[in-house]
Every structure is written in structure tokens, then in C-alpha cells.
Design a protein around this ligand. Structure first.
Ligand code: AMP
Ligand code: MG
Length: 408
């Protein structure tokens, strides 16, 4: 049996390495950028107006600052996409809309609210603060050649917009990890089927699908294998062709019908570890063949969920070159807790904020690994080391199941 830390390290060392790829911008959301991106032009790329109003020459209207209105003559218009091509002469103005080009012959924009139109060709400027007001100057945001996104940036919607604005179509990114799911267990039926006596609905499949989707992975396929050793071996062969990570559930314990480890060996996988000194999820199994990592999660829904959360979620972030820090909240334990077993316990808690402003962690009364409510109704878990003796009021680190503070 190895420790939680050793298992984490071994998985990281054996994580498949993805080659960066260029993808259309529309498919880059949520991926990690693997190149520095420099601006191909100045932003804004031309001087333009920040307001709907009139572009004028400051020297013609500066007396307005003293409180006297000044009349100017309207000689044209610059609207978004249709610039004014002439030159402003003394006492002239053009109508201008937000985002439209300010001609070089103008240096000031007066918002329409600060004017009165006297007749078709005459505008009375009522007030203006200063030369250059309401102009967005070329290059004021960034200049051509300047770095606008660093290598390693997560491509969020705002950054996709930034890439789009500089005309960058095919960014170099780390593609989604390709993951295959192999669900074992002859007792399983689909979640939307009737379960007769002795049958169990497959909940690990939907759980893993939704977790993988959340964590940026691409599920290449899901195999239902019962407990047939040949079928399992065939599926592992097929899955290894298509996926960097194979996740199996069930069939990694010591029962007569637990065939995942033997099947993996038949297919040429080398065992990395089997059994971690932890509860839940002791019989977790890991193996590797070439650039494919197999992680065998125990079948119990709680063990499968905790195994995914504690090991695979950080691993998938690592594979996507995203820094992963377990979401964590420091809280005060509400009761004594001791671990007299020879395995580290990952015990689930609920969190609530006390009137004193401190987070309080309450251990769930039941922690059994066959009870899905012990994770579904929990906000996170604490790691209770072997021989740990905690007292009510002790400060503990709670690994939360979701980021942010959005607890039940
Ligand atoms: P195993 O690890 O195969 O011995 O399975 C342990 C327990 O988990 C058994 O009670 C199984 O019925 C249950 N189990 C296995 N796979 C699943 C699954 N996909 N969904 C729900 N329960 C499962
Ligand atoms: Mg089984």
C-alpha cells in the first residue's frame, strides 16, 4: 500500500503528454494558450470618437470654456465604418458617432448633449472641457508588437474576444485530454432503466461524464463491460488506441469477479500501483502502457467520486498546463474527530458560516462508501491522518467540492 502523496506523484509522473495544436479560435475556449501572442497592430487602430456628437478644432471653440456658446458649421459626417474624407477648415465641424474615425484635422469631440442644433448647417457648442476630450487615441490600449497574452493563459471568453479583436484565428493550445470510460459490473443497469432484485443503477458513468466535461476533458467513448475478463481486455485495447487516460470503475478489488488488473496486464499495461492507504477508495489501481495511463477507480460510488476528485481532477488540470490548487477553505471543526485506523480518512463535511464570521465544518454522520448522499450532501472533505486526534474548535483545511462559496 502506498500513501496518498506517493500515488499523486506517480500519477503526475505518468500523465500522458499532449502535443500543442492549432485549433480554430471558436474551439479554443477553456484551453491553455501555448504561445505568447503579440499585437499585430495598434489598438485602437485609428483615432476614434468615444461619444456621439461633433468633431471640431479646439482652437475654434476654446472660448466656450469661458461660458460663451460658439457656433460651428456642419460640413459632413463620420459614422462607424464610413470615415469623413475631407479636411475641417476654420469654424467647421462634422457629425460623428461613437467608434467612428476622428479626422486628423479635428482634435476634440463635443458630445451631442453639450450642443444645440440651430439650423441645418449650424451647431451651437454650449460647453467643452478641454482639447482632445472624448477621443480614443490610436495605440492607447496597446501598441503593435506588444504582448497581449502570455504563454500559459487560460482562454476565457474575454481572452477569446481579445484574440478575435487582433485577428488571431488559430491559437496554439493544449488539446482536451482524451479520456475513455470503462464501466465494469454485471449487476449494473442504466440509470434510466428499471433495476430488478440484485441490480444496481450505473451512477459512476453519469458522474464521471459530468466531472470530465466540467474539467475540460473529451470523453472518447464509454464501454459497458459487465465482469467478463475477455470483454474488459478487448475494451482496454480499443480504449488505449483512442485515449490518453482510461478510467475504469469497479473490478479492482480482490473478489472473484474483479478482472480489471488482470485484463490490464494481458493488454500489456505495467502496474504503477494498487491500493492506497486511504478510506474511502483503498483498492485504487494505476497502470501504464506507452503514453496511455489507466486509472482503476473502485466501484463504490463514493470511492469512485473521491478518487476522481482527489486524483484525477488535479491530474487533468496538470495535463492541460493549468495550475491546480485544490479549492480550500479554512474552517473550525464542530466536534472531536480521531483516526484510529491504519488508513488516512477523507471524511466529508458540510460547511456553514457562523455568526462570528468563521466557517464551521460539520462531519457528516455517515461516511460509508456505498452511500452517494455522503458526497452529494457534503460541501467538501478533510484529510484525517493516521493517529490524528482533533478537538471541537480546531482549525481544519476543508477541500471543497466546488470553487467559490456556493454551499447547500
Ligand atoms: P466493485 O468495486 O466492482 O467491487 O463494486 C463495489 C460496489 O460498487 C458494488 O456494490 C457495485 O454494485 C457498486 N458499483 C460498481 N460500479 C458501479 C457503478 N458504475 N455505479 C454504481 N454502483 C456501482
Ligand atoms: Mg464489480
Amino acid at each position: 500500500m502506498i500513501t496518498i502523496e506517493q500515488a499523486t506523484e506517480i500519477l503526475k509522473e505518468n500523465a500522458p503528454v499532449a502535443q500543442p495544436q492549432r485549433v480554430p479560435l471558436m474551439h479554443a475556449s477553456g484551453r491553455t494558450l501555448m504561445e505568447e501572442v503579440k499585437a499585430s497592430f495598434d489598438s485602437p487602430s485609428f483615432n476614434n470618437s468615444a461619444m456621439d456628437g461633433y468633431a471640431v478644432r479646439w482652437q475654434d471653440i476654446e472660448t466656450v470654456a469661458g461660458g460663451l456658446p460658439v457656433d460651428v458649421t456642419l460640413v459632413g459626417e463620420s459614422s462607424a465604418g464610413t470615415p469623413f474624407n475631407g479636411r475641417l477648415q476654420r469654424g467647421q465641424a462634422i457629425r460623428i458617432s461613437t467608434g467612428a474615425a476622428v479626422p486628423d484635422s479635428a482634435d476634440t469631440v463635443v458630445p451631442v448633449e453639450d450642443t444645440v442644433q440651430k439650423d441645418d448647417a449650424t451647431i451651437s457648442i454650449l460647453q467643452a472641457r478641454a482639447k482632445h476630450q472624448h477621443i480614443r487615441f490610436r495605440g492607447e490600449e496597446f501598441a503593435r508588437g506588444q504582448t497581449i497574452l502570455e504563454k500559459g493563459a487560460l482562454l476565457t471568453p474575454a481572452r477569446i474576444a481579445l484574440l478575435a479583436s487582433v485577428g488571431r484565428d488559430e491559437p496554439l493550445i493544449i488539446p482536451a485530454p482524451r479520456v475513455a470510460l470503462c464501466i465494469t459490473g454485471s449487476e449494473l443497469v442504466e440509470h434510466n432503466e428499471q433495476a430488478v432484485f440484485g441490480q444496481v443503477r450505473n451512477s459512476n458513468g453519469p458522474m464521471l461524464h459530468s466531472a470530465l466535461e466540467r474539467d475540460g476533458a473529451h470523453v472518447v467513448g464509454e464501454w459497458r463491460l459487465g465482469d467478463d475478463p475477455q470483454k474488459i481486455a478487448r475494451a482496454l485495447d480499443e480504449a488505449a488506441e483512442q485515449a490518453g487516460v482510461i478510467i475504469t470503475t469497479g473490478g479492482v478489488s480482490v473478489g472473484n469477479h474483479d478482472h480489471v488488473r488482470a485484463a490490464a496486464q494481458t493488454c500489456g499495461f505495467d502496474t504503477l500501483f494498487w491500493k492506497i492507504r486511504q478510506r474511502p477508495g483503498k483498492p485504487m489501481f494505476a497502470a501504464r502502457k506507452g503514453n496511455t495511463l489507466l486509472v482503476g477507480l473502485p466501484g463504490n460510488p463514493v470511492s469512485a467520486f473521491m478518487g476522481y476528485t482527489h486524483y484525477l481532477q488535479p491530474l487533468l488540470a496538470f495535463m492541460q498546463a493549468q495550475p491546480y490548487e485544490r479549492p480550500m477553505i479554512s474552517a473550525l471543526l464542530q466536534e472531536d474527530a480521531a483516526n484510529r485506523s491504519n488508513r488516512v480518512q477523507l471524511n466529508r463535511v458540510t460547511l456553514h458560516k457562523g455568526n462570528d464570521g468563521h466557517w464551521k465544518a460539520q462531519l457528516l454522520a455517515r461516511q460509508a462508501s456505498h452511500m452517494p448522499t455522503t458526497v452529494a450532501h457534503a460541501d467538501g472533505y478533510i484529510q484525517l491522518d493516521i493517529n490524528a486526534r482533533l478537538k471541537a474548535g480546531d482549525r481544519v483545511q476543508v477541500y471543497t467540492f466546488q470553487k467559490g462559496v456556493n454551499f447547500l
